[in-house]
Design a binder for this molecule. Structure first.
Ligand code: SF4
Length: 478
């Protein structure tokens, strides 16, 4: 994308808006000009995409606030894009990953619901439906965060293995069958990192509030390996004040009676069983290699224990229409999960699907799917409490987590709101140390083989996080 600007340098803001409407691989040129006439700031935009041209103009009273100048430019570019694109933009000029952030900020400032909604709709150009969702989530998050511990911290353990790789996967996960040789060394490396990180945590005086085993699919490991890892966390960290312990069981084809009872006996309180869809045809198409009846069986097994169960769904899967999604939603409700997370189909470059894109038919009714999900979930006592956006989703839609009261995932909120230290362990995991409002991050190598090979370096660098020489830990980012 070629961007030229006159009288400003908000190139990133322009790029973020253009990406809502077009694939950046297209031939795109944008020209943006900022002018003033003594009273008003005027932003002009021209966009050329292949052989089409769009123009936009936005005007506002002169203000010194950088943020409002950036928004003005975004509006002019958004208008230009809309002239030549049919892509909906329900979130207007909001381009961040946390669409509830503005509403939260305004709630903290003591603004009323009406003030917040009118700002979101009139200034951010967010649709009424999404503005209401955003405010609803912001209120619930605010309530949940009231009980967050001051010295609390969370542990994330990443298991980058799955039974098979889904067609749309953009994670670093690898199929177990092709990576058997890495599994034992990976578990050993993780144990080293658990031991080193626990020492760091003890020195810092953090109190572990939540544990989250994610991935990948942690239950793709053998029962014994997963138990070893859970035991290592419980033995090395002080978990006496734990409030939440989640394991993403993810793929129903990894569920066995033995696995479920081990998780329960190990103190896991929350699991996620992710059907994504209840249509077998789609499951086959996206390479999930399990059936809807395996999801039903997994629920039956899990329901014998006192778990809080979350289920993930995807709206807009290839070849699915609104009726297919409705069927999935209705079938899932019969299984009575405690929480449901509704994702919108996400077409990231890493996914195999992008190469085969032309083979599949993607619907334009993704918004009606997420609206249906919200309606049905609210009718059945679930409330939205967590919201995020990714780039390249169908219809520029969001991902929303709904839960029955008391079943909200604390870890998800803490990580999204960046309000708590997260000790992240494993390949591709990123540790986030929150101290005095400042956040330091260190990233583990993404590739499992690289992670295993560099484990001693990783544990050594993590030790520096608590020393005056914190920069040495940052070296690890390179
Ligand atoms: S289960 Fe999740 S992490 Fe695993 S391959 Fe599928 S999308 Fe990727």
């Amino acid at each position: 994308m070629e961007i030229s600007t006159v009288n400003h340098s908000f190139n990133d803001a322009i790029r973020q808006i253009v990406q809502l409407f077009f694939d950046i691989a297209e031939d795109i040129k944008v020209k943006s000009v900022l002018e003033e006439d003594g009273f008003n700031l005027i932003a002009f935009a021209e966009i050329f995409v292949n052989d089409k041209k769009g123009t936009g103009k936005a005007t506002a009273k002169i203000t010194a606030e950088r943020r409002f100048v950036s928004d003005l430019i975004k509006k002019s570019v958004s208008l230009a894009c809309r002239e030549i694109s049919d892509m909906p933009s329900p979130w207007g000029i909001s381009t961040g990953i946390r669409p509830a952030k503005e509403a939260r900020r305004m709630l903290d400032e003591g603004k009323t619901d009406i003030e917040i909604l009118s700002f979101l709709e009139q200034e951010m150009w967010i649709t009424e439906e999404k503005a209401l969702l955003s405010l609803d989530v912001a209120k619930r998050e605010k309530e949940i965060l009231k009980n967050k511990r001051e010295n609390g911290a969370s542990i994330y353990v990443g298991i980058p293995f799955c039974p098979t790789r889904c067609a749309y996967c953009s994670f670093i996960s690898q199929a177990v069958a092709h990576n058997e040789k890495f599994i034992e060394p990976y578990v050993k490396a993780l144990i080293k990192e658990i031991e080193a990180t626990a020492k760091l945590c003890e020195k810092r005086g953090d109190s572990i509030e939540t544990i989250y085993f994610g991935g990948g699919t942690p239950t793709a490991l053998s029962v014994q390996n997963l138990r070893t890892l859970i035991d290592a966390v419980k033995k090395n960290f002080d978990v006496s004040n734990l409030r939440e312990f989640t394991v993403e069981a993810g793929r129903p084809d990894t569920f066995t009676e033995e696995m479920v009872s081990m998780l329960y006996d190990s103190g896991v309180k929350r699991i996620s069983i992710n059907p994504q869809t209840m249509n077998d045809k789609t499951l086959k198409l996206i390479g999930r290699c399990h059936s809807a009846s395996q999801t039903v069986d997994a629920f039956k097994m899990a329901k014998k224990y006192d778990f809080s169960i979350n289920a993930d769904l995807i709206a807009g899967l290839p070849e699915e229409n609104a009726e297919d999604f409705k069927y999935t939603m209705d079938e899932l409700l019969k299984l009575e999960p405690d929480a449901v997370t509704v994702h919108t189909m996400y077409l990231k470059r890493a996914a195999r699907l992008i190469d085969e894109f032309s083979k599949y038919r993607f619907v334009t009714e993704a918004n009606s799917m997420v609206s249906y999900a919200k309606l049905k979930l609210e009718e059945n006592g679930y409330n939205p409490y967590y919201l995020y956006k990714q780039k390249n989703t169908l219809g520029n839609l969001e991902n929303t987590a709904f839960a029955k009261s008391g079943h909200e995932c604390l870890y998800n909120i803490y990580i999204m709101e960046e309000v708590q230290t997260i000790f992240a362990l494993g390949g591709g995991a990123s540790t986030k140390i929150v101290k005095d409002g400042e956040i330091s991050r260190i990233y583990n190598p993404k590739d499992a083989a690289d992670y295993i090979r560099r484990i001693d370096e990783i544990t050594e660098k993590k030790g520096f996080l608590n020393s005056p020489d914190r920069k040495k830990a940052k070296l690890f980012n390179e």
